[in-house]
Design a protein around this ligand. Structure first.
Ligand SMILES: NC(=O)c1ccc[n+]([C@@H]2O[C@H](COP(=O)([O-])OP(=O)(O)OC[C@H]3O[C@@H](n4cnc5c(N)ncnc54)[C@H](O)[C@@H]3O)[C@@H](O)[C@H]2O)c1
Length: 346
């Protein structure tokens, strides 16, 4: 039987809970956490029943005693914490976006490679039941050649009249809905459709008093000629998250409007099927959330039982796609992804 694995978590804020839940589901003990905010640290130590807490990440790594770490602190912390983890020989699951700067992303990837540790990015939508099944169907040829990928995340902050200051200010957020919601979708765009050659984006600030955009879309042209679109918004009413992948032989659709974790596969096999009457296969996924599944997949990769679901390179490409979209919006012109080799969203 393999040795029991242990984990640490950097950052004790909102998203850290799903990392903790994921490790628990994977049978990995979380032994230590760190947060620069002593009150946030104390709260989580109490909630999770832990003894080892640090307000300094250097002390966390110095004390050691864990095989892997989740970096669930603000994005600016991802780079220094990943380098520290690599130096300590600890596997890394880092939150999205990997970094706001491609040079920093490269350094993170390189440091983990040199240290021989795994770097996985928390684009957890890849691990959701519908997305992983959709990818499996696409790869099996179930919808023929992919022609169009449409991705949407839209909300209105739960009806709030103002946006949280860290999201509203460019210096702390790096960008608005295109970055915050869009990096997940940029990752899915590649997960479903492959390499994106060119992006044409528009952004606008239409509802909230924020320094960043609250409404955005980006048109994608894939290497193989397929098209895609990313739609993100803080000016919706309610919450919609979904993807639609069309192919020459069928379509895959997933939106929370159908209910959580539901995938619809439309195809034409029966004779006499009509405009809106096609053959349909549906999949309903129960059990753990995408977040928990993603952490479990990370643990499987650390154990050497499965490949890394979302690599550092994947995380870097998602950032690059968003940087390309920002450049396109600024120039009001299509921009080749390959032309964006450096730069920062901040
Ligand atoms: N995968 C997702 O769907 C998802 C969802 C939300 C947030 N995120 C990402 O997770 C990260 C954290 O977001 P959050 O919503 O939990 O933010 P948060 O503000 O709720 O929590 C962040 C915590 O990190 C702490 N922190 C700040 N600097 C630190 C440092 N140097 N070392 C250790 N801790 C430090 C803060 O004190 C705070 O408690 C961000 O990168 C964000 O983009 C991802």
């Amino acid at each position: 039987m393999s040795r029991p694995l242990k984990a640490a978590i950097i950052g004790a804020g909102g998203i850290s809970q799903s990392h903790f839940d994921g490790y628990r589901a994977a049978g990995v003990e979380v032994v230590a956490i760190s947060d620069v905010d002593a009150a946030a640290l104390a709260r989580r130590l109490g909630e999770w029943g832990l003894e080892r807490g640090y307000t300094d990440n250097a002390q966390l790594f110095e004390a050691g005693g864990f095989d892997m770490v989740s970096i669930a602190a603000p994005t600016a912390v991802h780079h220094p914490a990943t380098l520290a983890a690599a130096a300590a020989g600890v596997h890394v699951l880092v939150e999205k976006p990997l970094a706001l700067d491609l040079t920093l992303a490269d350094e993170m990837i390189e440091a983990c490679k040199r240290a021989g540790v795994i770097l996985m990015v928390n684009h957890q939508l890849r691990s959701s039941g519908p997305a992983s099944k959709a990818r499996e169907l696409i790869q099996a040829g179930a919808i023929g050649r992919v022609t169009q990928v449409r991705l949407r995340q839209a909300h209105d902050w739960g009806g709030l009249l103002t946006v949280r200051p860290t999201f509203a200010k460019r210096s702390t957020s790096g960008g608005g809905t295109l970055l915050d919601n869009g990096t997940h979708l940029a990752d899915l765009a590649r997960f479903f459709g492959g390499r994106v050659d060119e992006v044409y984006a528009r952004i606008a600030t239409l509802k909230y008093d924020v320094e960043v955009e609250d409404t955005a879309h980006a048109s994608l042209a894939y290497d193989d000629g397929a098209l895609g679109v990313i739609e993100t918004s803080w000016t919706a009413t309610g919450w919609e998250e979904g993807f639609w992948v069309y192919g020459t032989e069928g379509a895959l659709e997933c939106t929370n409007r159908y209910g959580p974790s539901y995938l619809r596969h439309a195809f034409r096999a029966s004779p006499g099927s009509n405009w809106d009457q096609t053959d349909v296969a549906t999949y309903q996924f129960t059990g753990a959330s995408a977040h928990v599944r993603h952490v479990m997949a990370f643990v499987q990769a650390v154990r050497g039982e499965a490949p890394v679901v979302c690599t550092g390179e994947d995380g870097r490409e998602a950032v690059r796609l968003i940087l390309t979209a920002y450049e396109s919006a600024a120039r009001n012109a299509p921009v080749k992804t390959a032309s964006v080799t450096e730069g920062s969203a901040a």
